[in-house]
Design a protein around this ligand. Structure first.
Ligand code: 9YT
Length: 130
C-alpha cells in the first residue's frame, strides 16, 4: 500500500512548476509506482490561460476549488469549471484551460507521467517509452 501526504510532496521533485508559471502540479503517483496511471493535485493560478493538447495521454480532471473554464479549440465549446465538475479528455481534445480564480484540480493521466513533465510548445507532454 502506498500512503502519501501533500506536505511530503511540496517543494520536492514531485512538485512541478510550469515554466510559464501558470500552474504547479503535486504528483502523488507516477509511473514508477506501477499503478498504470498518475495522480496529481494541481493548482492553476488565477488569471492564466494555458494551451493543452495531450496527444499521447488521456486525462480526467476533477475540480475541487476555484472558477474557470475549458475552451475547446475545435468548435469553440466552452465548459464552465467549478467545484464538483469533472471533465475527461478521452479524445485528446486541444483546448485552453482558463483560471478566473485559482483552480485546484485533481488530475489522472493514462499512461502515467514519469514525474517531471511540463507542457511542450504544442501543449502536449512527451510520450514515455513503455
Ligand atoms: C488540467 C491540466 O492538464 N493542467 C495542467 C497540469 C496537469 N494537470 C498536471 O501535470 O498535473
Amino acid at each position: 500500500m502506498i500512503v502519501r501526504k501533500l506536505e511530503e510532496i511540496i517543494a520536492t521533485e514531485q512538485d512541478v512548476l510550469a515554466p510559464n508559471g501558470n500552474w504547479c502540479s503535486r504528483r502523488f503517483l507516477t509511473k514508477k509506482d506501477g499503478m498504470g496511471f498518475s495522480l496529481h493535485d494541481t493548482l492553476i493560478f488565477a488569471g492564466t490561460r494555458t494551451l493543452i493538447h495531450y496527444k499521447h495521454h488521456v486525462e480526467a480532471v476533477y475540480c475541487i476549488a476555484g472558477k474557470g473554464q475549458v475552451e475547446l479549440v475545435d468548435g469553440g465549446r466552452v465548459i464552465p469549471l467549478n467545484p464538483g465538475t469533472m471533465y475527461a479528455l478521452n479524445e485528446h481534445e486541444n483546448h485552453y484551460l482558463v483560471a478566473e480564480t485559482e483552480l485546484r484540480i485533481i488530475c489522472v493521466f493514462n499512461p502515467p507521467l514519469s514525474g517531471g513533465e511540463v507542457h511542450r510548445d504544442d501543449g502536449s507532454y512527451a510520450e514515455l517509452e513503455r
